[in-house]
Design a protein around this ligand. Sequence first.
Ligand code: UDP
Ligand code: MG
Length: 311
Amino acid sequence: MLISLIVPCYNEEESLPFLYNALCDVRNEESTYGFEFIFVNDGSSDKTASVIKDFADKDPDVKYIFFSRNFGKEAAMFAGLQKAKGDMVAIMDADMQDPPSLIPSMIRSIENDEADIVASRRVSREGEPRIRSFFARMFYKIINSMIDVEIADGARDFRLMKRQVVDAILELSERQRFSKGIFAWVGFRTKWIEFVNTERVAGQTKWSFWKLFKYAIDGIVSFTTAPLRLATYVGFGTALAGFVYLIYYFIRAIILRIYNEVPGYPSLLCFILFIGGMILMALGILGEYMGRTFIEVKRRPLYIKSEESEE
Ligand code: UDP
Ligand code: MG
């Protein structure tokens, strides 16, 4: 039985030696299995590439894919999944925030047929800015209220999957990938293991606030059309309010004969601004989906390889 461990790496020259050692420990512990370590270098600008090549020179279990530029973690994970040959496949971060020491217990769970996927979630968000945790929680609340499958709060991409599950994931050929959603969407029996967040072993996080915000919008828009419906509801509500207001004025003026002495300039301005805002919002939402359709129909590859290890 072969186990593939996929590691997306973007500027991780400092963390990789720690991770590699930890992976070797796992390999020694689980000596009944064969292992392959797949490092996907996502266009790093530091020495990540040469660090990976050093591993590969010494260790035949190390495989790699280098991207021609930074294509993002989603693309890196996908490339790794495509390359993986294992009967079980795991994805993990390079910075040791996904503890490699959990892998043996994940393997046990699949061996005992408790689940097809062993996924991990963080129970605390220590070592992370408060504001980021707050927005992350909000994101999960919002997206889960809109979609049919449940995306667990704190779920990591760190997971061990059976071959069957990997094949299902590779079958989803969409360009804009939102893995947390895709993992939930393909189904299968999932066992959750929980762990406490640890700080990255070295280097810097690659996520800025703006990048996370875009990620959140991508997640929602690529997984549900509920916001389109929201635009419809809001539009309907505004129109209804306008209509009620009209009737009110009609009754006041024609029946009760009350006229406004003060010209209704401020209220008019409010309404114009409000309705204008609503229209822009609806257009914006439409635009998001239009843009996405545009990118999907271009059918561009998710990533370009510049180099790859031999089989
Ligand atoms: N990563 C990547 N491409 C990117 C950004 C990140 O392959 O464009 C990798 C990164 O090297 C790490 C993992 O994705 O292995 C998670 O990144 P990071 O630790 O920065 O995210 P955080 O843990 O802060 O959510
Ligand atoms: Mg990290």
